[in-house]
Ligand binder design. Structure first.
Ligand code: ADP
Ligand code: ZN
Length: 788
């Protein structure tokens, strides 16, 4: 390895790579500063003079920036002679201030370069996001003194005091592999108290002390209860897939493993991972942030051992994250299990990247750099000759298109059945129009119920029979639509700064029982007592998770369902930290909690065998989003949450409430028929010229002034049309679905090209003329996954 990632004190300063020797004319470096400054004319980065020892490429250094010479971090892109300074007046070139001690390995530098080009992002920002903040700040790093036994021990021992003698006896008896070790451990082992004895041994040359550093962090909490350390015997489908995938280890190839929920995909990952480790190579396992629970990570640690597996997720402290990263970088850990950014784990000799739930939209970062973790993983594997394994019950149409048809580039493996004895759950579609009618007939049609009579009865039966249940409602808060009772008034409470309705969040103890909040700009206000326009009372429609919570307590309280004690709400409001979320899942796993209700946080990846009923309160929330992927999202969400039911020995039942009972996404999810869904949806996309049939980039122009935003977008669209060959379509400008956010007006232009190369040629030609820049006024999103 040519450069190392902040390994130890020795590598903290400068140069593993042979650097150019300083000539009379000097050494210079090009540095990409981490601020989002783009230099479109000329090569990326700024030139700095190197006065001290030359840095290596990939080294993170501090450089003076701007008029005040503020010390700013950046990554060294290139080190060279005066040619780097050509054309810049000598007096204007400033010197690098110092190293931060962190060096990005070569393969990650290459990956970053590709990302900056592909996603049109300033390189400095790309490198900044490759490095976790905890690593940049070196959180938890402490100096330590380590002791080892010298190679040559004198034949005749010097006279030693009794304590030092006892310590020496212990040191002499230890195995060579136990050194070096910290003083504390040494004293514990020997039973000697105080450090004087050790100092005496050092003085006599019987112990050697070396300065080093470690990262002090608490042990990571693990949940070993659910983990099984021995592999079950794989079934025939699993064996076929695992063998087929393992056959390409050692070279770049992409596999798609489509397995119905509970089919044992994770067991296939584990088998292929074991083969990869046997070959002496390392692996990355990416999991959507929300399903990266202690239960998930312990499936990997239980199989391969905690020392071989590093874990990276948001539930860790900064110091823990830093230590896990370093364990990957030092080669101690061979497998990294983590969320999106773990794709940048500094592992050497990467052999395999697994992307679980590869369709999950959380793999796409929604701020600069707007990269897709799956696609970056494929690129990284390509650069490093590794195998990629994408797994999902409901693959993205992008991956499906790549794995099927005459031009398939990925290998496809299928697990059509659930593993063990579990059967796929029965899914029933509940037409909400019928449910309303039944309520009216029962005489309580005037009440707002989130649970229809069918789901309400099924829930009661499940709880009475001792089963567990999950209820999905993908809407936070109490009410998402607050309007005047008078139709002639028509007032709807909306955000002053955004084109969006305000959402009521209940907080007991506040006046009017809560606050209204905008989910786009986060602005909060008091709840009005009455319609601000006409003074009549307000209606609260579009009930969210808080309202469902209240309804459950009201309807099932007498049957022992008590909020917090036997059921819990799981959404980003109730779960303030990952720890809350992990605790809640742990209590559900133990059976303390009988029911979880929540947003999509409960739809993903959870494997609880006692869940017998899954209810989808409103399958239409994702169907009504103004996005061409609405149907795909709905199919995924319903299939995924349904997949949480009946994973144990008892059959599961899924009830899906909807106002669109004949909608294709819902009826095909009911039949667990992904392939038919994909076939029909791909037809729709093909007719509309939308991804994955072509490639897309979306450019959003923002401004406080509506005319300026619209003008910029119009100019952008015109420049794109001008540069685009006939095969490329330019759509817009159009106001974004949420046309104003935080007082900024937003207009979008979509570019649709037959392939990525054509798309980039068009974008590059605008960049070449400085017409397209990622900055505060312009957001460029290549391969967007959400069009809001
Ligand atoms: P998926 O990732 O496809 O949803 P999992 O790997 O979580 O599925 O497996 C679902 C359940 O089936 C787990 O509890 C797992 O231990 C079990 N399982 C997986 N493979 C087998 C097998 N071959 N025999 C018995 N049980 C299995
Ligand atoms: Zn707002």
């Amino acid at each position: 390895m040519s450069s190392i990632f902040a390994l130890s004190e020795d590598s903290l300063f400068w140069a593993q790579e042979p650097a150019p020797t300083a000539s009379a004319a000097g050494v210079y470096a090009r540095v990409a500063v981490e601020r989002g400054i783009e230099t479109l004319d000329g090569p990326p980065g700024f030139t700095y003079r190197v006065d001290g020892p030359p840095p290596s490429v990939g080294e993170r250094v501090m450089v003076p920036l701007g008029r005040g010479d503020a010390s700013s971090p950046g990554i060294v892109l290139e080190v060279g002679g005066p040619e780097l300074a050509k054309g810049i007046p000598a007096g204007r070139i400033k010197a690098i201030m110092e190293s931060t001690g962190v060096v990005l390995p070569g393969p990650l530098m290459d990956l970053g370069r590709w990302m900056a080009d592909y996603y049109l992002s300033p390189p400095g920002m790309v490198y900044a996001s490759i490095l976790p903040a905890a690593v940049k700040r070196q959180v938890g790093r402490r100096g330590v003194t380590l002791y080892s036994r010298p190679a040559n021990i004198p034949d005749v021992l010097p006279p030693l005091k009794p304590a030092a003698g006892r310590l020496w006896a212990c040191v002499a008896a230890m195995g060579a592999g136990e050194f070096p070790l910290p003083l504390k451990t040494l004293l514990e082992r020997s039973g000697v108290k105080g450090s004087k004895a050790a100092a005496a041994l050092v003085e006599h040359g019987l112990l050697v002390a070396t300065e080093s550093s470690t990262i002090a962090a608490r042990e990571i909490d693990r949940d070993e209860s659910a983990a099984c350390s021995t592999a079950p015997e794989l079934n025939a489908d699993q064996v076929r897939a695992a063998d087929g995938i393992a056959a390409t280890l050692g070279r770049f190839h992409v596999h798609l493993l489509r397995g119905v929920t509970g089919s044992g995909k994770t067991e296939v990952y584990l088998r292929v991972l074991a083969r990869c480790l046997e070959m002496g190579r390392t692996a990355i396992v990416l999991v959507p942030e929300i399903s990266l629970t202690p239960q998930t990570s312990s499936r990997f640690t239980a199989r391969f051992g905690v020392t071989k597996v590093a874990v990276l997720h948001s539930g860790l402290t900064a110091a823990q994250r830093h230590r896990e990263w370093e364990r990957a970088s030092s080669g101690a850990a061979k497998v990294i299990v983590g969320a999106r950014s773990a794709v940048f784990a500094p592992l050497a000799s990467l052999g395999l990247v697994v992307i679980d739930e590869e369709h999950d939209s959380s793999y796409k970062q929604d701020r600069l750099p707007r990269y897709h973790g799956r696609d970056v993983a494929i690129k990284r594997a390509h650069l490093e000759g590794a195998t990629v394994l994408l797994g999902s019950a409901t693959p993205s149409l992008e991956s499906w298109a790549n794995a099927t048809g005459p031009t398939a580039r990925f290998s496809l493996w299928t697990l059509p059945r659930r593993a063990g004895n579990a059967a796929m759950p029965e899914v029933k579609i509940i037409d909400m129009a019928d449910e309303r009618r039944r309520r009216r007939e029962q005489g309580d049609g005037h009440l707002q119920h989130l649970l229809g009579p069918t789901l309400e009865k099924a829930l009661g039966d499940t709880l009475d029979a001792g089963g567990q249940a999950l209820l999905l409602l993908n809407r936070r808060g109490f009410s998402g639509y607050i309007s005047c009772q008078s139709a002639s008034c028509g007032f709807v409470l909306s955000c002053d700064q955004c084109d969006a309705n305000l959402v009521l969040h209940r907080h007991h103890g506040l006046p009017q029982g809560g606050l209204v909040q905008c989910h786009h700009c986060e602005a909060q206000q008091r709840v009005p007592r009455a319609c601000p326009s006409c003074g009549r009372p307000l209606n609260l429609f579009a009930g969210g998770t808080q309202r469902l919570e209240e309804e459950l307590a009201r309807k099932f309280g007498s049957r022992g369902l008590v909020e917090g004690l036997s059921f819990a709400r799981v959404d980003s409001d109730a779960m303030q930290s990952s720890r809350d979320y992990f605790d809640t899942l742990g209590r559900f796993a133990k059976g303390e909690l009988r029911l979880l209700l929540g947003t999509q946080m409960i739809a993903k990846g959870l494997d609880f065998p006692d869940v017998r009923l899954v209810g989808v309160i409103d399958a239409d929330t994702s169907l009504n989003i103004p996005d061409f992927r609405a149907s795909e999202r709905t199919f995924q969400l319903v299939s995924q949450v349904a997949g949480r039911a009946g994973r144990g020995s008892r059959p599961g039942m899924v009830l899906v409430q909807t106002h669109n009972p004949t909608n294709m996404a819902i009826t095909l999810a009911q039949r667990h028929d992904f392939e038919e869904f994909a076939r029909r949806e791909l037809e729709v996309r093909k007719r509309a010229g939308l991804p994955p049939v072509g490639r897309m980039a979306r450019i959003v122009c923002r401004d406080l002034d509506e005319a300026k935003a619209s003008g910029a977008a119009t100019a952008m669209a015109a420049a794109l049309r001008d540069a685009a060959p006939p095969s490329v379509g330019v759509r817009g400008p159009l106001p974004c679905p949420i046309a104003r956010v935080a007082n900024h007006f937003r207009f979008g232009v979509d570019v649709l090209a037959p392939d990525a190369r054509t798309l980039h040629r068009v974008l590059a030609s605008l960049r070449g003329r400085s017409l397209l820049k990622s900055d505060a006024a312009t957001a460029v999103d290549v391969d967007p996954v959400a069009l809001m």
